[in-house]
Design a protein around this ligand. Structure first.
Ligand SMILES: [Mg+2]
Length: 173
């Protein structure tokens, strides 16, 4: 049964490819955009907030696994008022998502949750990570954003179906 949903950040939750490039001062623009001092700007993709809320309301744990400087991730998430949505955040200055997912699994264990790979759904815009996730962790349900799922409404549908039907798509390459 599904217990944990993990998202990548850059090009998955928002349209910028690397928020570690952002330089202070950062400012919130409207409700869903953050701009830095050099004119870099990110905007959340449509329905991200609603999707995260819906997933939380299903009693699932929510994680973020991102290749970004931790301080930048925290700053941006707090400006967007999304910091508190995530139960676990693995923000690291290296790209290996299987290590980020491992970090999240261990953090969850410290809080009393034992999560098996097949009880995880992982959404990332880069399929290249999935091979190592399957090799080192096992049957995590991996989905390539904008290919396997084309919107955050679809993300919610996939999460619902995983809750109802059990694992699928685990070894799609
Ligand atoms: Mg990404």
């Amino acid at each position: 049964m599904l217990k944990l949903v993990v998202f990548d950040a850059d090009k998955t939750l928002w349209d910028h490819h690397n928020i570690s490039d952002f330089e202070e001062p950062l400012k919130l623009v409207g409700t869903d955009s953050v701009e830095d001092s050099k004119g870099n700007k990110l905007t959340l993709f449509p329905y991200v907030r609603e999707a995260l809320k819906e997933i939380k309301s299903m009693n699932l744990l929510l994680g973020l696994a991102t290749w970004n400087i931790p301080q930048k991730t925290e700053r941006v998430l707090k400006l967007l008022n999304l910091w508190d949505m995530f139960d676990f955040i693995a923000s690291n200055d290296y790209p290996y998502k299987f290590l980020g997912l491992t970090e999240i699994i261990l953090k969850a264990r410290e809080r009393g949750y034992r999560i098996r790979p097949e009880e995880i759904a992982f959404f990332d815009d880069r399929r290249v990570h999935f091979g190592n996730v399957w090799l080192y962790l096992g049957r995590v349900n991996c989905f390539e954003m904008w290919t396997d799922v084309k919107s955050f409404k679809e993300v919610v549908e996939v999460v619902k179906s995983l809750m109802n039907e059990g694992p699928r798509n685990a070894f799609k390459s």
